[in-house]
Write a protein that binds this ligand. Structure first.
Ligand code: ZN
Length: 444
């Protein structure tokens, strides 16, 4: 990919586009297996999300706005993809906004939508392109109806929020009007919000805001947490926490629906119905996972002063295994256990390995420490003897030197709590003062 074609001088400053984002610079190098992992820079954004309850007519208007945002995004993507070396640089955010003004003058249906919404879609696309060139994200993809429904509102328009009573509030969405939302917590003073519809058809409004971190208990207690596939989180004090997913019956139903979908004709009414049922089950699993992640991370942040976790690179760990070319038969490939790896990846992702740590980075800012993960599962937490034979099975740890026997994940968690080889660079950043505007650095 030619990285020179992106001109960072074009487009708005990042802090303007994402007032509530903060750059996380985790320049760290971890050894996992034989893979040497490289430095990663990413963005953390905070949102405070509420369930939105539009009326039937508002629902249609919201969908229309989503359609406009998607149309503009896809147009920008098309323009970007059609670039070739003889054409010069692709237009950035500012020239694209001028083109949008012309397009709005030409098309009545586009003019009927909100300019803010359409401009923000361009800004989102600009950010997606920056992320792609920075190497933190994949290529921007096409937005599809039913799958990518959402738009963003910024500026003065985003401040029109009223509270009716303890349970309900309203927000004035441009071109839609006052839409009710459920006040499940206090609304933060935000400069922007995003309206999204999930695949099951629920509407949400997410205000970009930095929540205050959970205060430390002040007991000086340190806990280690080991992430696993069978037990989602094993703590050094012996607690085993499991992320709930679908029940056996629900899993069986999901499998049945997937089989039924495979037999459906593409694009038929029946396939649409089956797809909707699958999306509903997926959403249920996702909701349970998110709920568990939020509760667990808050609980840990409240109970312990220092939380230590393994410094794992989940995106690297869940990569597809490399194909193994067959030297004797050119053009053919040897088995590389791709399906087995896919199963493990699914389990890793289903257990939300990344999410609890990501949330702890927010909630226990400055109190979360990342530990070098090598040999934590093979080392005895009592005598320190390190040998692969110590690991009797997936669940049992039995030290061959001192005979100590315990749950394998708890043993690893104790090693993590002991914090062997805490790398200074692996520690989380000091929290940014709420009074100070976050200072994002220029993207690579
Ligand atoms: Zn031992």
């Amino acid at each position: 990919m030619d990285r020179a074609r992106h001109n960072p001088a074009e487009g708005p400053a990042l802090d303007e586009a994402y007032p509530n984002s903060r750059r996380v610079d985790e320049g760290r190098c971890v050894l996992f297996g034989d893979q040497r992992l490289s430095v990663v820079t990413g963005w953390i954004r905070w949102v405070s999300r509420f369930r939105l309850y539009p009326t039937r007519s508002q629902h249609a208007l919201l969908l229309e706005q989503c359609g406009h945002a998607r149309y503009v995004w896809n147009l920008a993507l098309e323009q970007w993809s059609m670039w070739s070396s003889d054409k010069g640089p692709t237009p950035g955010f500012v020239p694209q906004c001028r083109q949008l003004t012309d397009a709005r003058a030409a098309f009545t249906w586009l003019r009927a939508g909100s300019q803010t919404v359409q401009q923000q879609a361009l800004r989102d696309f600009d950010q997606a392109v920056r992320n792609f060139y920075a190497g933190t994200h994949r290529r921007p993809t096409w937005r599809r109806r039913g799958r990518h429904e959402g738009f963003r509102v910024v500026g003065r328009q985003a401040a029109r929020v009223v509270k009716h009573n303890r349970k309900w509030g309203s927000v004035r969405i441009p071109k839609v009007g006052w839409v009710r939302f459920r006040l499940s917590r206090t609304v933060p003073a935000a400069k922007s919000y995003r309206v999204v519809r999930d695949r099951v058809g629920r509407w949400y409004i997410a205000f970009a805001a930095i929540p205050s971190p959970v205060p430390a208990p002040g007991t000086g207690e340190v806990v280690g947490a080991d992430r696993g596939v069978i037990v989602s989180l094993a703590l050094s004090n012996g607690e085993l926490l499991t992320c709930p997913g679908l029940s056996n019956r629900e899993q069986e139903r999901l499998r049945r629906l997937q089989r039924r979908l495979a037999r459906c004709r593409r694009g038929s009414q029946r396939s649409r119905r089956v797809r909707a049922a699958i999306a509903k089950l997926d959403a249920r699993a996702g909701d349970r996972r998110k709920d568990w992640v939020e509760k667990t991370s808050t609980d840990l942040a409240r109970r312990f002063d220092v939380i230590r976790v393994e410094d794992l690179r989940i995106d690297q760990m869940t990569k597809r295994p490399k194909p193994r070319p067959d030297d004797e038969h050119p053009g053919r490939f040897l088995p590389n256990r791709r399906r087995a790896k896919a199963g493990l990846n699914r389990a890793i992702l289903a257990n939300g390995w990344g999410a609890p740590v990501r949330r702890l980075e927010h909630k226990a800012a400055g109190r979360l420490q990342k530990v070098n993960p090598s040999y934590t599962s093979q080392t005895c937490s009592v005598c320190g003897h390190c040998a692969p034979e110590n690991r009797e099975s997936q669940a049992v740890f039995q030290c061959v030197a001192c005979g100590h026997q315990t749950h394998a994940d708890v043993n690893a968690a104790i090693n993590i709590a002991a914090g062997r080889a805490v790398s200074a660079r692996g520690e989380t950043q000091v929290p940014v003062s709420l009074k100070r505007e976050p200072q994002p650095a220029a993207s690579a």
